[in-house]
Design a protein around this ligand. Structure first.
Ligand SMILES: *[C@@H]1O[C@H](CO)[C@@H](O)[C@H](O)[C@H]1NC(C)=O
Ligand SMILES: *[C@@H]1O[C@H](CO)[C@@H](O)[C@H](O)[C@H]1NC(C)=O
Ligand SMILES: *[C@@H]1O[C@H](CO)[C@@H](O)[C@H](O)[C@H]1NC(C)=O
Ligand SMILES: *[C@@H]1O[C@H](CO)[C@@H](O)[C@H](O)[C@H]1NC(C)=O
Ligand SMILES: *[C@@H]1O[C@H](CO)[C@@H](O)[C@H](O)[C@H]1NC(C)=O
Ligand SMILES: *[C@@H]1O[C@H](CO)[C@@H](O)[C@H](O)[C@H]1NC(C)=O
Ligand SMILES: *[C@@H]1O[C@H](CO)[C@@H](O)[C@H](O)[C@H]1NC(C)=O
Ligand SMILES: *[C@@H]1O[C@H](CO)[C@@H](O)[C@H](O)[C@H]1NC(C)=O
Ligand SMILES: *[C@@H]1O[C@H](CO)[C@@H](O)[C@H](O)[C@H]1NC(C)=O
Ligand SMILES: *[C@@H]1O[C@H](CO)[C@@H](O)[C@H](O)[C@H]1NC(C)=O
Ligand SMILES: *[C@@H]1O[C@H](CO)[C@@H](O)[C@H](O)[C@H]1NC(C)=O
Ligand SMILES: *[C@@H]1O[C@H](CO)[C@@H](O)[C@H](O)[C@H]1NC(C)=O
Length: 398
């Protein structure tokens, strides 16, 4: 077997066996912006070998008789008529599992916060012991993790806090990596504001990345960054399967001054009841320490095969155009994001929800506190949360 593999590799390097070179993924109407090594005249089927013959070639595009050899598999960019393909990555560029938060050990690497909601919602975040005794957190027989909201208590209007809920924060701290949050259900219901996100103090100097966040009225996820000054993203829609819409591309955030950061709207169906009716999906973030953050939202049944099969080495370069692409460089240095703690929470009411809830935030609080029966669907059902690192990456996890 070893001999066979060796001979095969020799032949494919010398280009004798044309059919031996095959990419791991192929895209239509996408190219890779920049990162060009050289152009070679050829048919698309020839490009693979031309790429293999260059030591730094990892991917290629093809257009109108020209192979465009690439030193990076990203950023993907919409371009009608282009074909793009990616070669199998070398071991240095292959992610492998670092932390798996799942099943009976899911909560071991999380802390429950039980202080007043720092985001200004009307919830009573509980300790792990309180959450367990109220049935707000459970590990189901099949290993799925349930995180809900109290759906039995009428909370007095004069109580200092609102409905009991959960906010958990990871003990490990990250500075790069691939994060895959796989869920069968997300919280929905009047006044809900769920999120899967990361942040670090001092805020916003060490940044915040909102991977999944929206409020109960919205049909789509909203992906946001919150930073200190001098972090602006390209508004070009060619990089994303999503829309900047009316949102700013300047990620600087100062809520006191009414400046709320940069946000991309993912497509409809990536949030709330439509997401749940589809059977859930996956929110994935790739954070390349010095180069970019990319985020994908997948809804069942459109989950990439490496995620669906539980591959220990998922490859985001096979997932197609991301929903969000946030490059680092002159317009946003990578130092805007450090030491991120992962957070999963279900918030209720607060100012964002109050801007949509009839009668505003105080009416929202009155309604939510008085009507526990509306919160039976305000739960996460988590299949897994996995974090993957590249080999020898000193930044991935602290
Ligand atoms: C592309 O393929 C066609 C048909 O097989 C062939 O005639 C042509 O020479 C090829 N072009 C290049 C640049 O290899
Ligand atoms: C394709 O390339 C040929 C020359 O090789 C050129 O004449 C033609 O304009 C090109 N077509 C497009 C759409 O770029
Ligand atoms: C590529 O884009 C063209 C022009 O918009 C379209 O006709 C074609 O269907 C697209 N191909 C694919 C596979 O999406
Ligand atoms: C991986 O990185 C190490 C250290 O930078 C380097 O020595 C090695 O050649 C690389 N391996 C491959 C397959 O590129
Ligand atoms: C994560 O949990 C595992 C066992 O569940 C434990 O060995 C490890 O120390 C934990 N890591 C942190 C950072 O708490
Ligand atoms: C809330 O109101 C009830 C009934 O008026 C009263 O008994 C209770 O002490 C009040 N609680 C708080 C926290 O003010
Ligand atoms: C929060 O919920 C817990 C558990 O039900 C309860 O013991 C506690 O009194 C509540 N705190 C407030 C401030 O309402
Ligand atoms: C942001 O950039 C401007 C212009 O380059 C510079 O004057 C300012 O000091 C920078 N602010 C921060 C907080 O780095
Ligand atoms: C935020 O805005 C407020 C009000 O304009 C201002 O007082 C404060 O200094 C700003 N903070 C930062 C970090 O820019
Ligand atoms: C998304 O849903 C909203 C609200 O239901 C609707 O107004 C909008 O047209 C939809 N957008 C697309 C692209 O379907
Ligand atoms: C990140 O955390 C490490 C370890 O606690 C600390 O040494 C470092 O200063 C932190 N970085 C930033 C930018 O806060
Ligand atoms: C509360 O919600 C759970 C599911 O999230 C459901 O099984 C349970 O029946 C609900 N309780 C009530 C009293 O509605």
């Amino acid at each position: 077997m070893f001999l066979f593999v060796t001979v095969y590799a020799l032949y494919s390097c010398s280009g004798i066996l044309a059919q031996s070179c095959s990419p791991i993924v192929q895209y239509t109407n996408l190219t890779i912006n920049g990162n060009t090594i050289s152009n070679v005249a050829g048919n698309f089927s020839d490009c693979c070998q031309y790429c293999q013959q260059k030591s730094n070639c990892v991917a290629y595009s093809w257009y109108n008789g020209t192979c465009i050899l690439k030193s990076s598999a990203q950023p993907l960019y919409k371009a009608v008529g282009y074909l793009t393909a990616v070669l199998s990555p070398n071991s240095n560029n292959t992610y492998s599992l670092q932390t798996s938060y799942n099943g009976s050990t899911f909560f071991n690497n999380f802390t429950f916060i039980s202080y007043t909601d720092p985001s200004g919602g009307d919830v009573n975040y509980t300790t792990q012991a309180q959450a367990q005794s109220l049935g707000l957190v459970q590990v189901l027989a099949g290993g799925q993790v349930y995180i809900g909201v109290d759906n039995t208590t009428i909370v007095p209007l004069n109580a200092t806090r609102g409905r009991a809920a959960v906010r958990i924060q990871s003990k490990p701290i990250y500075n790069s990596g691939l994060f895959i949050f796989n869920l069968a259900h997300m919280p929905e219901g009047l006044g809900t504001w769920p999120a899967f996100w990361s942040y670090a103090n001092p805020w916003p100097y060490n940044g915040e990345i909102d991977i999944l966040e929206a409020i109960y009225t919205m049909p789509n996820n909203q992906i946001s960054l919150h930073t200190s000054q001098n972090c602006t993203m390209p508004s070009n829609p060619g990089y994303i399967n999503g829309a900047w819409g009316t949102k700013t591309t300047d990620c600087f955030t100062n809520y006191t001054a009414g400046i709320s950061g940069c946000s991309i709207e993912a497509p409809n169906g990536t949030f709330g009841s439509a997401f749940n009716q589809a059977g859930g999906g996956v929110f994935a973030m790739e954070w390349d320490r010095f180069n970019f953050i990319r985020i994908w939202n997948f809804v069942q049944p459109n989950i990439p095969s490496d995620i669906a099969s539980g591959s220990p080495n998922p490859n985001p370069s096979t997932w197609g155009l991301p929903n969000a692409y946030f490059p680092f460089g002159q317009n946003c240095s990578a130092t805007h994001f450090n030491n991120q703690t992962l957070v999963i929470n279900t918030d209720l009411c607060g100012s964002w929800v109050g801007s949509k809830f009839p009668g505003g935030a105080s009416n929202c609080s009155t309604f939510v506190r008085s009507n526990p029966q509306y919160y039976s669907n305000a739960y996460y059902l988590i299949n897994s949360l996995n974090v993957y690192c590249k080999p020898n990456d000193p930044y991935c996890v602290l």
